[in-house]
Design a protein around this ligand. Structure first.
Ligand code: SF4
Ligand code: SF4
Ligand code: SF4
Length: 338
């Protein structure tokens, strides 16, 4: 039990198909783990505690499940359904769970399409591969974000989520019923409704995203001067690291379309934003918006020069939908369960 009459919250933490850095981000809260332990008990965490599924089945349920990773395999789907059934609050943690993430790019090459069988057909080379290796996981027909499989209550984007949002999310959900919230944290950059709920000890509105409210560009300190795009560069090529907007220098920085709140972690380090917080609400399709934003600032008149510039672009789908193909690209997305 905690230090007052509110019982400790029970937490579950799980990764489906992902790199586990989201789980490591939880471990990275370091000294704050002690304060968390006063209010919560982690009762299911296979990665760190070696928990088994039977341990979860033996429990009546948990209060909050932090689920990271995309739904790539049949066992990912089963885990999502099982954890949803057992959890009062389901949180999509990180870009893979929130949007399909990097694993979602697999849909560019192997999607069998909605309604097609999840098992490869006998004449599919993958069928032979699975038969020869029965221990390989059985893949789903498409990679999905968590909300396309089960209902999700909250989203914590990022790859992995930055500390301030992750910690704010953990505390707000763990401190429900303890007003004002007892743990030390900053609500800076959180949407107002989320910040108010946290400080009042009530749950933020369902569906809230623990991110900012404006695009990365809005808080980026880089100077936009010329609003023109005349060359294309990749991050390994030489460019001006200090001061100037990276997009104007020819790097495909997605600060225009990406939900902010991270404080421009990448652009501050002279790296273009890759979109790990997903799109801002006002934008319908982040890739289409990027194409339109770049095309409208082309500073070339000659059609052949434009063709040459565009021909040089590498992997546009993988760049503009690196984290969001399955949930935010109009051509690929499928409805969520919400
Ligand atoms: S969101 Fe990023 S850090 Fe988290 S599991 Fe996916 S790839 Fe790893
Ligand atoms: S496009 Fe990128 S570098 Fe330019 S202002 Fe926006 S976030 Fe900053
Ligand atoms: S700058 Fe873009 S890619 Fe980098 S952490 Fe922020 S949202 Fe993610």
């Amino acid at each position: 039990m905690g230090t007052n009459t509110v019982p400790n919250k029970k937490l579950a933490i799980f990764t489906a198909t992902g790199c586990r850095a989201c789980e490591n981000a939880i471990l990275d809260i370091h000294y704050q783990v002690n304060s968390l332990a006063r209010y919560a008990d982690i009762t299911f965490w296979p990665y760190v505690l070696g928990s088994q599924w039977k341990d979860l089945e033996a429990q009546e349920g948990v209060d909050v499940c932090f689920f990271s990773g995309a739904i790539r395999t049949v066992s990912d789907r089963e885990a999502a359904v099982k954890l949803r059934e057992k959890s009062r609050i389901m949180v999509a943690l990180g870009a893979c769970a929130a949007f399909g993430g990097l694993p979602g790019l697999g849909n560019l090459s192997r999607s069998r399409g909605p309604g097609e069988p999840s098992q490869p057909k006998p004449d599919d080379p993958e069928h032979a591969l699975e038969e020869a290796n029965p221990r390989l996981p059985t893949l789903e027909p498409r990679v999905s974000g968590l909300s396309q499989i089960v209902k999700v209550d909250y989203f914590v984007p990022g790859c992995p989520p930055p500390q301030n949002f992750l910690w704010a999310a953990i505390q707000s959900l763990v401190c429900e019923g303890r007003a004002p919230a007892r743990l030390s944290f900053s609500t800076a950059r959180l949407p107002e409704a989320v910040a108010q709920a946290i400080t009042s000890g009530i749950l933020p509105p369902k569906g809230s995203v623990f991110a900012g409210e404006k695009a990365v560009c809005a808080t980026c300190s880089r100077v936009k001067e010329e609003k023109r795009f005349e060359t294309y560069k990749r991050p390994y090529q030489k460019y001006e690291a200090l001061g100037r907007c990276l997009l104007e220098q020819g790097l495909l920085c997605q600060g225009i379309t990406t939900m902010g709140g991270c404080g421009g972690l990448c652009t501050a380090m002279a790296q273009p934003c890759r979109g790990c917080f997903g799109k801002v609400d006002a934008i319908f399709d982040p890739g289409a918006k990027m194409v339109s934003a770049i095309a409208s600032t082309f500073d070339l008149d000659d059609a052949r020069e434009i063709d040459t510039l565009v021909d040089n672009f590498v992997d546009l789908a993988g760049t503009f939908y690196r984290y969001t193909l399955q949930t935010q690209c109009t051509l690929f997305s499928t409805p969520s369960k919400d």
